[in-house]
Ligand binder design. Structure first.
Ligand code: PEP
Ligand code: MN
Length: 337
């Protein structure tokens, strides 16, 4: 960190600060100029709480220099992580499309949607069997029955499965059906769940908490990585702001920001970010143009009857049209879909 002392700081205060830093394990380098005394430190404990320094009276400013995430950052690994599951690579040249309903509702529903999305070029089938609903009275998902249905539908149409796990007690059950675990926005800081997934050998799609900063999101990824599971796909799904015209505010800028800070691939989920069907295609185009490595799109063949998130689901013809447009956008930036 960089520590700027107040101009009026006394020699005694300076010595106290240096002694405190040294006993906290830092090496301290001092420089003084017209603007006063500046201390630069190296070493020390990871994730040192800067407030411990900020509250010392003679201190004007403290700036962190090191990133708090060790494994998620480009300092740890500059080459981009490519998550490979069978013949699908996420983080490579191809923009991988993940599509499917919000919830798995019935055999007829998941098979119909799987057929549509696979024919249009999606590689991964999404759908929740365990739903983290804001209201306990809303549809909570079909549970294991849903997992069986999504697995069967994906197998039938040559797709991979991503499905949400909402509690650490369900990790083993979900693992036996899915190819990729999904951690939802509401669970981004469910640390026992993240730790449980850190011990697994299957990739994790980690959605951004709707009130989380990018740094907090990367620290959640760090929980999974530090357990030994290096395959995390970050997914921007909109954040809560003062704007009420859309369900959330789609933070497309998170895509290039993450790609600069981290080697992990980034997905974008315009469906949950925007929440209205008519705006999903333009925002999906924007996400691909911004460099997303994967897209997650909700699709339903009968959205009026959907048990969750019908208003944001594309109908099959819209999904097919979107895929055609995205292929052309991907080409412009030297990628493919
Ligand atoms: C979902 O993918 O259906 C979902 C619940 O998303 P989020 O966690 O982003 O709200
Ligand atoms: Mn949904």
């Amino acid at each position: 960190m960089i520590i700027v002392l107040e101009k009026k700081a006394t020699q005694e205060q300076l010595e106290k600060v240096i002694a405190y830093l040294e006993t906290s394990g830092f090496s301290v380098y001092k420089s003084s100029g017209e603007d006063g005394i500046v201390l630069r430190t190296t070493g020390g404990e990871p994730n040192f709480d800067l407030r411990k320094i900020e509250i010392i009276p003679a201190i004007a400013e403290v700036y962190p220099v090191e990133e708090p995430y060790k494994l998620a950052g480009r300092n740890y690994k500059d080459d981009k992580t490519i998550i490979k599951v069978r013949d699908v690579e996420i983080g490579g040249n191809e923009v991988v499309v993940i599509a499917g309903p919000c919830s798995i509702e019935s055999e007829e529903q998941i098979f119909a949607i799987a057929e549509t999305v696979s024919k249009a070029g999606a590689k991964i089938l999404r759908g929740g069997a365990f739903k983290p609903r804001t209201s306990p009275y809303s549809f909570q998902g079909l549970g294991e029955e849903g997992l069986k249905l999504i697995r069967a539908a994906a197998n039938q149409y040559g797709l991979l499965v991503v499905t949400e796990v909402i509690d650490s007690s369900q990790v083993d059950l979900v693992e036996s059906y899915t190819d990729i675990f999904q951690v939802g926005s509401r669970n981004m800081q469910n640390f026992p769940l993240l730790k449980a997934l850190g011990n697994k050998k299957k990739p994790v799609l980690l959605k951004r908490g709707y009130a989380s900063k990018i740094e907090e999101w990367l620290m959640s990824a760090e929980y999974i990585l530090s357990g030994g599971n290096m395959e995390v796909l970050l997914c921007e799904r909109g954040i809560r702001t003062f704007e009420t015209e859309t369900r959330n505010t789609f933070d497309i800028s998170a895509i290039p920001v993450i790609q600069r800070k981290s080697h992990l691939p980034v997905a974008a989920d315009p469906s949950h970010a925007i929440g209205y069907r008519d705006k999903i295609i333009p925002m999906a185009r924007a996400a691909v143009a911004a460099g997303a490595d994967a897209l997650m799109i909700e699709v339903h063949h009968n959205p009026e009857k959907a048990l969750s998130d019908g208003p944001q689901a594309l109908i099959p013809v819209e999904f097919e049209e979107m895929m055609k447009q995205l292929k052309r956008i991907a080409e412009v930036i030297g990628r493919k879909i």
